[in-house]
Ligand binder design. Structure first.
Ligand SMILES: [Zn+2]
Length: 293
């Protein structure tokens, strides 16, 4: 039996999945890959650009926006880890904030999901969390730990900041402006996914779904492709399913799936299975589950 290849994608806040990996998620889903999105916080500390309804919380609004983005991107399962957004400051961070959580604890929750899903690859962030936000750095720490422990392929989402500065306005400049210090040197980028038209449209729609955070000035149709068409990754481990899909994105699901299943058998090592056994006894975090029907 050919199992459907699965990729777990970890992000810090609702909207990061669309901004940094929206085209990749849509491209994977279109190639028949099961994408499980794990979002660590609900973005409670974001600054709303819209007026909330009476009694509505930003948390509730952002979860609804995230669910809509998941539909647009073809996410099969959404898991919210339930940590609180640490906010864009240097601390101290409160109890329950992702910024104060032990990395091993975050990694433990993530590992249970990766193991249960038999995922062969994990997407998270580069060591600076792309641009230094504490929640993004925590995502890197947890993601890198799980990649190391399970021996699966890690894809660290990043950006080519020099390219972003040269191009049309990018939402990363919302906070950092011209002082944008983000990403890695182009020589360290191991994989660049170039979105096709359909994936780029899905990414644009998913970003627009996060209307409480992303304004229309960052969604200019004329400059959108130039600003957001590329998605960059530093790869840890053997080339995996995202390399294949990025290179052969026009291939049919039937052509992609058997190859990915082969990698799955190779990477799903004894170490992974023993880790599954260990983590089964670990404590379970409060997790909100949303699955596509
Ligand atoms: Zn974020």
């Amino acid at each position: 039996m050919i199992t459907r290849p699965t990729v777990v994608v970890l992000h810090a806040h609702p909207d990061d999945e669309a901004i940094f990996t929206g085209a990749t998620i849509r491209t994977l889903a279109d190639a028949g890959v099961r994408v499980v999105l794990v979002t660590a916080t609900c973005g409670e500390q974001g600054i709303p650009r819209v007026t909330l309804a009476p009694g509505e919380t930003l948390r509730a609004r952002r979860i609804a926006e995230l669910e809509r983005a998941c539909e647009l991107l073809g996410v099969a399962r959404l898991v919210l880890l339930g940590y609180r957004d640490s906010g864009a400051h240097a601390g101290p961070y409160g109890f329950g904030d992702l910024g104060s959580a032990p990395a091993a604890g975050v990694a433990g929750h993530l590992e249970r999901i990766v193991v249960a899903e038999h995922a062969e690859a994990l997407v998270h962030y580069d060591p600076r969390g792309i641009y230094g936000h504490v929640d993004h750095v925590q995502v890197h720490r947890a993601g890198a730990r799980v990649v190391r422990r399970l021996g699966i392929t890690g894809y660290e989402a990043t950006v080519d900041a020099a390219r972003l500065r040269r191009g049309p306005r990018h939402v990363l400049q919302q906070a950092a402006g011209e002082r944008l210090d983000a990403g890695v040197h182009p020589s360290r980028i191991g994989l660049t996914l170039h979105a096709d038209v359909a994936a780029l449209q899905a990414k644009q729609a998913a970003m627009a779904a996060h209307a409480s955070q992303i304004g229309p000035e960052y969604l200019d149709p004329d400059g959108f492709a130039q600003a957001y068409r590329r998605e960059w990754f530093v790869r840890r481990g053997a080339p995996g399913v995202i390399d294949a899909v990025a290179a052969r994105r026009s291939m049919s699901t039937a052509a992609i799936a058997p190859a990915a299943a082969t990698w799955s058998a190779a990477t799903w090592s004894a170490a992974t299975r023993s880790a599954a056994t260990r983590s089964a006894a670990a404590a379970v975090a409060p997790v909100i589950e949303r699955s596509a029907s």
